[in-house]
Design a protein around this ligand. Structure first.
Ligand code: BG6
Length: 297
């Protein structure tokens, strides 16, 4: 049963802190405002759309041309890619949960003033038709001076589950050509731009063309240095063995109906993943948690 705007506001709103709105009918969004930060989280896809810690410029990027519609992914924010990352023949890219309506399970403010949303999704006839497994999926979003997303997969079936997954974070940057990612020096990666050639990172990641890489077997933090605005963003992670770095650059951007011209200059994706060879297997009744914490440092 989907939750109506009235139900959400009656059950979960927090005075002066959390309210639910629906500027697109049937597409509810949790709007969070606290002294620590502001953020917006759509129930479709359990999709974080924005996060701006106090005293900082926005950290999470969304395209001017993004679609906000049931059944369509949003270009920007933090799409949840699950139970597969990337392409699977005959299936939608990046799994199916980023376009599904999740249930809000709880909304609270903790002792430190952070707002904690718990969103969930379980298998049903729709999910069984595309992926015939029993599961419970829960995303806990903690909004404060840092932003934490923790995605827990519970195997509620009686056979092992194998998944790949991503917290596909789009980050604002003032100028991609002056942006670097530290933390991946020496790490092997699969280069999608070169037909998945196996390469090795040398030094910081820099951007001068289409970049689409799965860094494997890495649990390291990523430090994004936004040279033009002199800002650094750290992503630390848990339960993640891969990091994806993506920017479509000029030509690929033109093929995307949900990106405006030139927007590739304003963002990069640094994604907390278990992708490619880093698939995760979860035994019956067991759980796995993939988590990312984003901070401006
Ligand atoms: C990245 C992939 O994670 O997501 C890219 O590595 C892909 O290959 C990009 O193009 C965006 O995917 P989508 O489905 O949101 O357009």
């Amino acid at each position: 049963m989907s939750q109506t705007l009235d139900t959400l506001n009656t059950r979960f709103a927090l005075p002066h802190t959390l309210v639910f709105s629906e500027s697109v009918p049937g597409w509810p969004v949790a709007e969070i405002t606290t002294p620590l930060a502001s953020a917006r989280v759509a129930l479709h896809g359990a999709h974080v759309l924005s996060w701006q810690p106090a005293g900082q410029q926005p950290v999470i990027w969304v395209s001017q041309a993004a679609f906000f519609e049931p059944g369509k992914p949003v270009r920007g924010g933090v799409p949840v890619c699950w139970p597969w990352f990337g392409a699977v023949p005959g299936k939608t890219l990046h799994g199916f949960v980023r376009t599904m309506l999740w249930q809000l399970r709880s909304a609270e403010q903790d002792a430190g003033g952070q707002v904690v949303l718990r969103l969930g999704l379980t298998d049903d006839a729709t999910t069984r038709a595309v992926w015939d497994h029993a599961f419970d999926l829960e995303l806990v979003v903690t909004v404060g001076l840092t932003l934490t997303l923790a995605l827990t997969t519970r195997n509620t079936g009686d056979a092992p589950l194998s998944i790949t997954q991503a917290l596909h974070t789009y980050l604002c940057t003032a100028d991609i050509t002056q942006t670097t990612v530290q933390g991946l020096d020496g790490t092997p990666y699969l280069d999608k731009v070169q037909a998945f050639a196996v390469c090795q990172q040398s030094g910081d990641v820099t951007f001068s063309g289409e970049t689409d890489r799965i860094y494997t077997d890495t649990t390291a933090d990523s430090l994004i240095q936004d040279g033009a605005s002199r800002r650094s963003i750290r992503i630390s992670k848990q339960g993640s063995a891969s990091t994806v770095v993506w920017n479509p650059w000029v030509e690929k951007e033109k093929t995307m109906a949900d990106m405006a011209p030139g927007e590739h200059r304003q963002f990069l994706c640094v994604e907390t993943c278990n992708a490619g060879p880093d698939a995760v297997t979860i035994a019956p009744a067991m759980t796995h948690t993939l988590a990312a914490t984003i901070s401006v440092v």
